[in-house]
Structures are given as C-alpha cells and as structure tokens.
Design a protein around this ligand. Sequence first.
Ligand SMILES: Nc1ncnc2c1ncn2[C@@H]1O[C@H](COP(=O)(O)OP(=O)(O)OP(=O)(O)O)[C@@H](O)[C@H]1O
Length: 237
Amino acid sequence: MALLSCENIALGYDGDTIVSDLTFEVKSGNYLCIVGENGSGKSTLLKTMLHLIPPISGRIHFGDGVQQNEVGYLPQQTIVQKDFPASVWEVVLSGCVNRLGLRPFYRKEEKKLALKSMERMDIPDLAKHSYRDLSGGQQQRVLLARALCATRKLLILDEPVAGLDPKATLDMYSLIEKLNNEGLTIIMISHDITAATQYASHILHIGNSQPLFFGETKDYLESDIGKLYVHMQGGVS
Ligand SMILES: Nc1ncnc2c1ncn2[C@@H]1O[C@H](COP(=O)(O)OP(=O)(O)OP(=O)(O)O)[C@@H](O)[C@H]1O
C-alpha cells in the first residue's frame, strides 16, 4: 500500500494552475526526489502534500497508517529562522508539539523522543547551545532531529542542503541516506541532479505545466527528459 498517493492533482494559487494532471505514489521505504526548473512548482507541490494549501483539483491521501499530522517536515530555512532565539533542545522538542493535544507541557515520553532524535543526528552535545549560534550544517541537523520527533515513517524535505558548504552537504546526504536505510520514507526537493540520481530510488520531474517524468531513477536516467536535464545541470552522464 502507498504511504502517499496523488491522483490527477492540479496545483496552484487562487485558482491559477501551475501544474496539472499529476499522478504518482510513494511507497514505504522509497526515496523520492522532486526535481525541475526554478518556479516549476516543487515547493507548491510539497505545501499541497502537507495540506498547507488545497489542491485545485484531484485527490491526495496518506495511507499505510500515516496520519497527516505525523509527517516530518524540514522546510527551506528563511533568514529569520536561522536567527531563531531558542536553545537546540527547545527547537528539537517543539517537533513533538502535535503530540500534546490540549496538554500544555511535554511528558517524559516526548522528552525521551527528542533526546533519541538528537542522538540519531549525533547532536546531544549541542542541547544547551543557542540555535542561532550554530553553523548551517548543525542547524540542519537540529531541524532534522525536530522533524524526526514528528514522524516514524515519512520525512519531507525542501532543499535540505541549500546554502551548505560541500562537507556539510555530504554529511546531510549521508544522514538522509541513513534514515532511509533505517526504513524512513523520504520525499525531497533537490536542485542537485547528481545527488538526486545518486541517492533517490524514484524521481518526479515537474515543469512546463505538466508532470514530465515519474518513475524509478534508473528509468529517469534513460529517459529523454532525464538525459537532457542531467546534461543541462552538468551532472552524471
Ligand atoms: N504564495 C504564492 N502565491 C502565488 N503564487 C505563488 C506563491 N508561492 C509561489 N508562487 C508562484 O508559484 C510558482 C511555483 O513556485 P514554487 O516555489 O512552487 O516553485 P519551485 O519549483 O519550488 O521553485 P524553486 O526551484 O525556485 O524553489 C512560481 O511562479 C511562484 O512565483
């Protein structure tokens, strides 16, 4: 059964369609990279998947026991967020907020989960540090730990390596690969076609008002659009 399926969806804002006729599904354990030119609608698709904006038409649904509020999401960081005045521990723990319900405090289980998520990201030593004082790579680890508090199954990431140096970028890709190997399903927007085709099991390439490709990475690399895009981006040939 699919963890997420999108059936004939059209996306956009205020009734203006950016992408239409989009059908794809993500199964447990998949690693899907969404690629495409700037402005093609990748972030809009993520926001629609997360139900932050409604689809213009079509159907999106979570399956395999995933509830909509159990999805881990790592958004693109804004300048303001990079300067957020909170400790690492507070940021990570805030990933448990959907578990609170009407309760105004975190319980032992949530604190344990936050600590475990920090251990998975190898950042327990940073717990008392101020988030705003960390390097870009460390901040992304903190946000990944936060996202892990929200999910056991599905992680959605919007360009997690944007602005990182080459070493931090590689670290980030390794962490995401490790999480995928541990069984987490990954959906990620990527501008780095070489990394996307190296790590992802599936590629969704959107643009020009229609989905251009959805399928396994090996088939994408053999497709005309895949070959062209990889060539244009100077990636693997
Ligand atoms: N809140 C909004 N209201 C109206 N239009 C928007 C809004 N956000 C984005 N758009 C428009 O929707 C289109 C798709 O934007 P989106 O950010 O989804 O593209 P993208 O593929 O993620 O781009 P990039 O690769 O540059 O991050 C763009 O033309 C953009 O200007």
